[in-house]
Design a protein around this ligand. Structure first.
Ligand code: THU
Length: 137
């Protein structure tokens, strides 16, 4: 049973920005909302391009907005799309989230009716490569 009670504000923020998605090629509209360690919310939507590989995912947009605002720590990220079933962040976005995640970071995958599944970063990208590896050189 979907449940958006975990963070209704984040869900509504993602739903609102999903309406701005520019997805004329896939017709797959995605919204993403991040809650940072400072408690602020940043949002993004997917922005497609006639040169298909140049498209930008919703998560990437939200991360860019977060970094542009001077913040770098994701406590929670929620994505929402209109897929019938569960739809989680793509592989590239998992790595992008990982860059700004901490061990307690939560990733919610939602549909129009609310959160469908919740993951830890480790569940979504196990044994991942991150900044620590480079810093330990
Ligand atoms: N998309 C996202 O925005 N986030 C993901 O994690 C998966 C895919 C977008 C990219 C493209 O605009 C559309 O969904 C279909 O792949």
């Amino acid at each position: 049973m979907p449940d958006d009670s975990a963070d209704p504000e984040l869900f509504e923020a993602a739903r609102a920005v999903q309406r701005h998605a520019h997805a004329p090629y896939s017709d797959f509209h995605v919204g993403a909302a991040i809650r940072t360690a400072d408690g602020n919310v940043h949002v993004g939507c997917n922005v497609e391009n006639a040169a298909y590989p140049q498209s930008v995912c919703a998560e990437a947009g939200a991360i860019s907005a977060m970094v542009a605002a001077g913040e770098r720590t994701i406590d929670v990220i929620l994505t929402v799309c209109d897929a019938d079933g569960l739809a989680t962040s793509c592989g590239g976005c998992r790595q992008k989230i990982r860059e700004f995640a901490h061990p307690g970071t939560i990733i919610h995958a939602a549909g129009p009716d609310g959160i469908r599944k919740t993951y830890t970063m480790e569940e979504l990208l196990p044994d991942s490569f991150g900044p620590e590896q480079l810093l330990s050189e």
